[in-house]
Design a protein around this ligand. Structure first.
Ligand code: SF4
Length: 204
């Protein structure tokens, strides 16, 4: 049986031999763990329900699996286009007319309302927030890189609260705090990844 560290060494060698680099030309580093993330992202974006992916990955907590699923811009655009196409197919053709000024203002105001503390809410037009404004744990939040320090502060505060909950035996708080911490860490990871180095591998 191949140990995880030997598997890592083999993958590193293959990456080097293949000459796979990041956008800035530095050699890409791939770990065995990356393949779990790739699998989760591909499986869920291809339609596998996230709770089934969680079983396959042997995750006890669904939030761990959700944290594995990277949402790429292309996926967001593709899903939004599919949503628009579905909506259009359901609307009577006489509704396709020029918009009034009031309608246009209302349309723009929707996007104003999607600006939230930590970034931009990605929910569809004319839909309300159905996640009780718990943006920290919501997959629809597109975090704003400028809010990284705020997110780090929230994360540190959550860790303090978890310690306090354990100390005081507030068992009812612990699970919710752990979910929030996992979600905050997922968002921090995304922001850190996006603000440090480009990570899209390119082939020569
Ligand atoms: S919880 Fe989600 S859907 Fe609701 S406002 Fe926040 S990001 Fe948007």
């Amino acid at each position: 049986m191949i140990s995880p560290s030997y598997a890592g060494t083999l993958i590193h060698r293959i990456t080097q031999t293949a000459g796979i680099t990041l956008n800035d030309g530095t050699p890409a580093r791939t770990t065995p763990h990356d393949f779990r993330r790739i699998y989760a992202t591909e499986a869920v974006s291809s339609g596998l329900p996230v709770h089934v992916a969680a079983k396959v990955l042997d995750h006890d907590n669904l939030n761990t699996t959700q944290g594995y699923v990277a949402i790429y811009d292309a996926d967001v655009i593709e899903h939004h286009r599919a949503f628009i196409a579905r909506r259009r197919s359901q609307r009577p053709s006489h509704e396709y007319r020029d918009v009034t000024d009031d309608e246009w203002d209302e349309f723009l105001s929707h996007f104003e309302k999607r600006k939230v503390e930590l970034g931009t809410c990605g929910r569809a037009y004319a839909t309300p927030c159905i996640h009780e404004h718990a943006c920290i744990r919501c997959l629809l939040l597109q975090p704003d890189p400028r809010q990284l320090p705020r997110l780090q502060k929230i994360h540190a505060n959550l860790l303090d609260r978890l310690t306090e909950a354990h100390t005081n035996g507030w068992a009812g708080e612990i699970e919710g705090l752990q979910i929030n911490i996992a979600a905050a860490e997922h968002k921090l990871e995304r922001l850190t990844r996006n603000t440090t180095a480009p990570t899209t591998p390119t082939h020569p």
